[in-house]
Ligand binder design. Structure first.
Ligand SMILES: *[C@@H]1O[C@H](CO)[C@@H](O)[C@H](O)[C@H]1NC(C)=O
Ligand SMILES: *[C@@H]1O[C@H](CO)[C@@H](O)[C@H](O)[C@H]1NC(C)=O
Ligand SMILES: *[C@@H]1O[C@H](CO)[C@@H](O)[C@H](O)[C@H]1NC(C)=O
Ligand SMILES: *[C@@H]1O[C@H](CO)[C@@H](O)[C@H](O)[C@H]1NC(C)=O
Ligand SMILES: *[C@@H]1O[C@H](CO)[C@@H](O)[C@H](O)[C@H]1NC(C)=O
Ligand SMILES: *[C@@H]1O[C@H](CO)[C@@H](O)[C@H](O)[C@H]1NC(C)=O
Ligand SMILES: *[C@@H]1O[C@H](CO)[C@@H](O)[C@H](O)[C@H]1NC(C)=O
Ligand SMILES: *[C@@H]1O[C@H](CO)[C@@H](O)[C@H](O)[C@H]1NC(C)=O
Ligand SMILES: *[C@@H]1O[C@H](CO)[C@@H](O)[C@H](O)[C@H]1NC(C)=O
Ligand SMILES: *[C@@H]1O[C@H](CO)[C@@H](O)[C@H](O)[C@H]1NC(C)=O
Ligand SMILES: *[C@@H]1O[C@H](CO)[C@@H](O)[C@H](O)[C@H]1NC(C)=O
Ligand SMILES: *[C@@H]1O[C@H](CO)[C@@H](O)[C@H](O)[C@H]1NC(C)=O
Length: 764
């Protein structure tokens, strides 16, 4: 009814004389299409036809601001954030709701709300909140909020608050690589790219690492990514734009309100209300982009993470072929050589961050890479990161000291205190600079390095590590952002991914290259074909062990990152003098491989950061048999995975791994599942084994009695809406076929199940 009235009121202009009050009457502005912005005396509402797309909470102020500088102490990627608010404005008034000229829309106009912020200590401010429908994205509402500081304030306002309505029943997912929660409702989530920490709350390891003022252990909120996008069980999506890269915190602790706090006086983004969570992800990725396709060769088998030089690599490949391990590639991060760093008990081997092959380990690098390809059809992946380290002390020398060249040319992020490279220390003897991607000189110089020294060896991709370390102190200077290191920090992961993608495109390697990142930002998904969930502990932990892999993939998938994988076996060993070590068991390695086979779009292992204390897939025939079996299971699912990637991930941005809540948003038990189970595409439901010493797994089957789940290993069919326990010996994660699926693309998997049902695996 209201809609009809509004179609003709193209422009409604309303002023009130009383600045402490709001416009006394309702007023409305037609946005493009069926959308209308209305002021209903005590709340703002945006409707699309009869549907309420978005609203503020009746009677509650929805815009705020405060003074005070947030603090981000920490170094080398481990930032501990403290929010500081001084003179926070506690009230507001609305002075007008009107139509204004605006570019990029069909009708050339937007709806704009103007008002004052009140009770801000000594200062005062006005705000302008503008909504429009972009001509390119007509299924969502774009917004821009700008706070205009008034003169005369003692402490300048530094950040804004923006609140809008939620409900107690609305569960929320996304905001990047969240590792510790199912729904984010009732949490307050900082969005900032940093080291995720070792432990993140899993004890005792977090406590040991966070001793003495260190933040190396992190907490439940530390994550590599800065993705300011989420979706909800109401089919809503919300995202900041990729240009709004300031630090943001989303507060979901109030049942009826979402409040985000953004560290600047202006911010932009978009939101939408779709029919369900699938529609919400589709609209989100229409805005932030969709991941480029994964090369087909990744379907062929495992990517073996190995270090140690040419002869060791070849021997392990041959061993794998002997135990029927399908091998798609090898990933050799130590192609640049290693050096030893003192640690508790044992020296830790670190890479030389200088992108040329090491003469001792890989003396014939390009020929070696070509040989693996020609003889075994095995591709080679290497390693690159955002740093260059000084190799002047490298014992066996170097061709080019890239650090020295970049340091001289001021190609690194600069320190204005020392008037030189801002030094990052990654432990004793490993000083490095961060390449400044805002510097065109660096971009063209480093592009040549990548093309000639890295891609030149006919490799097929690499781990594209880091992206989280750009300092935020006021003595940080980037080439084109003289004083804005703070905004550059969360922008860096986007620039890094975009730069890598551009190089791949310039080389014409779109169908071959596999480049995987762990740092990410809003919109970086459009530039990477694979996300890797970062460094996990070699344990069974919820916050930082094998379980967190699933939780991260859940939230990252609902943030627009459809293709993901983890280091099979995990990464982080910790040896401590506190009577506690974290090292990898053969069982963890085996179960991690199972998880990867049934959840990930790429199967790649890692030796861990202290390989000598870990079970390795190549330790002996027993470990290799288990790994090879898992790789065969991964390959058996490839036709199905590829179908979903092509028909749902590429076209709609839907994730490959889907939390149960996506299909069953009204199932309250499904909403609380973080790592216990998931869907792989629509037809496969999985409960992986993520605990030590168990041979059975309990799983909740979502939906009602009309959903069916056929346990592949026994053929038994279960109805949804119940908890069941099934046997899950080594090699048999609980995998179910959903609703009697007959998809031809699953034939190779059901064949695998029949053929390998009797295969015996062991961890001893
Ligand atoms: C915030 O930081 C600015 C710039 O570094 C400084 O001038 C100002 O004094 C700081 N404000 C407070 C309240 O600490
Ligand atoms: C991080 O900062 C908070 C204050 O915001 C403090 O309570 C906490 O102890 C700090 N954590 C570490 C490990 O230093
Ligand atoms: C809208 O799409 C056109 C054509 O693809 C493009 O040139 C333009 O930059 C887009 N505009 C916005 C605001 O994204
Ligand atoms: C913290 O300090 C104590 C006492 O000096 C030391 O024993 C311990 O190893 C330190 N912990 C860390 C993580 O450095
Ligand atoms: C592969 O198997 C053959 C035959 O059993 C054996 O001679 C060879 O040593 C094995 N190679 C490796 C690398 O295990
Ligand atoms: C910083 O270093 C550059 C190059 O060495 C020099 O030209 C410039 O004067 C220095 N600036 C300051 C403030 O020391
Ligand atoms: C710059 O160098 C000074 C002195 O070493 C150091 O205290 C500061 O943290 C450095 N800042 C940056 C951005 O590297
Ligand atoms: C931790 O590992 C070191 C090196 O392998 C070993 O000497 C030490 O005994 C281990 N500590 C524990 C508690 O297992
Ligand atoms: C194989 O290696 C694993 C991991 O080191 C070990 O636990 C297992 O006992 C070994 N098995 C055999 C048969 O050597
Ligand atoms: C299936 O069952 C669920 C829960 O009992 C119910 O909400 C849904 O409408 C049913 N769907 C169909 C297609 O019958
Ligand atoms: C399985 O079928 C039921 C009944 O039609 C439906 O409610 C449920 O969403 C289906 N499950 C999936 C994953 O499509
Ligand atoms: C797998 O083997 C078990 C035990 O022999 C048997 O009960 C089950 O039916 C078999 N499953 C399949 C799919 O062949």
């Amino acid at each position: 009814m209201m809609l009809k009235l509004l179609q003709c009121s193209l422009l409604t202009l309303l002023y009130t004389q009383d600045s402490a009050a709001s416009p006394e009457q309702s007023s409305s502005v037609a946005l493009d299409g069926e959308y209308t912005l209305s002021w209903l005396q005590d709340s703002l509402v945006i409707t699309e036809g009869d549907t309420t797309v978005w609203s503020t909470v009746p009677g509650k102020p929805f815009i705020g601001a405060s003074a005070g500088n947030d603090s981000f102490p920490g170094s080398n990627g481990a930032f501990n954030i403290t929010q500081v608010d001084i003179d926070r404005c506690t009230d507001q008034s609305i002075s007008s709701v009107q139509s204004v000229p605006w570019d990029g829309t069909v009708t050339g106009s937007a709806g704009q709300v103007k008002g004052q912020l009140l009770s801000c200590g000594t200062g005062s401010a006005e705000f302008e909140l503008t909504f429009w429908i972009s001509a390119n994205l007509t299924d969502q509402v774009a917004f821009y909020l700008n706070i205009i500081q008034q003169s005369g304030s003692a402490t300048p306002l530094k950040k804004l608050y923006f609140s809008f309505a939620s409900t107690a029943n609305e569960d929320i997912y996304g905001l990047g690589a969240q590792a510790s929660f199912a729904s984010l409702k009732s949490q307050s989530i900082p969005v900032f790219s940093r080291e995720q920490g070792v432990g993140r709350g899993d004890q005792p390891i977090t406590g040991i690492l966070n001793q003495n003022g260190s933040f190396a252990g992190g907490d439940k909120f530390t994550t590599y990514t800065a993705v300011a996008s989420y979706i909800t069980t109401e089919g809503r999506m919300f995202s900041l734009s990729e240009k709004s890269t300031g630090y943001v915190n989303f507060d979901f602790t109030e049942p009826d309100t979402v409040t985000f706090r953004y560290d600047s006086l202006s911010v932009d983004g978009a939101f939408a209300k779709a029919g369900d969570m699938f529609g919400a992800v589709e609209r989100l990725t229409a805005l932030t982009g969709r991941m480029p396709q994964l090369p087909k060769w990744v379907d062929n088998g495992a990517i073996l993470g190995i270090q140690g030089g040419q002869s060791k690599v070849e021997e392990i490949v041959l061993h794998g072929l002997n135990v029927s391990c399908p091998i798609a590639g090898v990933w050799l991060q130590d192609w640049v050589g290693t050096h030893s760093q003192a640690g508790p008990y044992i020296n830790v081997s670190r890479l030389w961050w200088n992108w040329e092959n090491d003469q001792q380990l890989y003396p014939a690098w390009p020929a070696f890479v070509q040989g693996l390809r020609d003889q075994y059809n095995v591709r080679t992946l290497s390693y690159v990161n955002t740093f260059l380290a000084n190799v002047s002390t490298k014992p066996d020398g170097f061709e080019r000291n890239l650090y020295a060249q970049a340091d001289k040319a001021a190609y690194f992020v600069q320190n204005t205190t020392t008037n030189s490279t801002a030094i990052i220390s990654s432990g004793p003897g490993l000083d490095a600079g961060i390449i400044d991607l805002t510097n065109p000189g660096l971009r063209s110089w480093f592009s040549q390095v990548l093309k000639e020294q890295v891609w030149g060896a006919n490799i097929s991709g690499y781990m594209s590590d880091f992206g989280e370390y750009t300092p935020v102190t006021s003595d940080t200077r980037l080439y084109d952002l003289v004083s804005d290191a703070f905004f550059a920090h969360d922008e860096y992961p986007l620039l890094w991914a975009q730069y890598q993608r551009q190089t791949i495109e310039e080389l014409g390697l779109e169908n071959e290259a596999l480049v995987f990142h762990r740092s990410a930002a809003t919109g970086a998904n459009q530039y990477m074909n694979l996300f890797w969930v970062g460094d996990q502990n070699l344990d069974w932990g919820v916050n930082d062990g094998i379980k967190s892999v699933v939780t991260i993939m859940l939230h990252m998938g609902l943030s627009g990152y459809a293709h993901q994988h983890s280091d099979v076996g995990g990464y982080t060993d910790t040896l401590t003098y506190s009577n506690y070590n974290v090292t990898r068991s053969a069982e963890l390695l085996g179960r991690w491989g199972e998880l990867a086979a049934v959840s990930s779009s790429v199967f790649r292992s890692h030796e861990g950061n202290i390989p000598s204390v870990n079970a390795q897939f190549y330790s002996n025939d027993t470990t290799y048999q288990y790994y090879a079996y898992n790789a065969r299971m991964f390959v058996a699912l490839a036709p199905y995975r590829r179908l979903i990637l092509e028909t749902e991930c590429a076209t709609k941005g839907w994730p490959l791994l889907r939390p149960p809540v996506m299909y069953h948003p009204q199932d309250l038990k499904a909403r609380q599942i973080s790592y216990q189970s998931f869907y792989l595409g629509p037809d496969v439901y999985v409960a992986p084994v993520l605990d030590a010493g168990v041979q059975a797994v309990s799983v909740y089957l979502p939906g009602g009695s009309n959903s069916t789940f056929e346990h592949v290993w026994t053929g038994q069919v279960y109805e949804g809406g119940q908890d069941i326990t099934v046997s899950a010996p080594y090699g048999k994660p609980a995998v179910f076929l959903v609703n009697g699926t007959q998809r031809a693309e699953l034939k190779s998997f059901t064949n695998f199940v029949h053929l390998e049902n009797g295969t015996k695996l062991s961890i001893a």
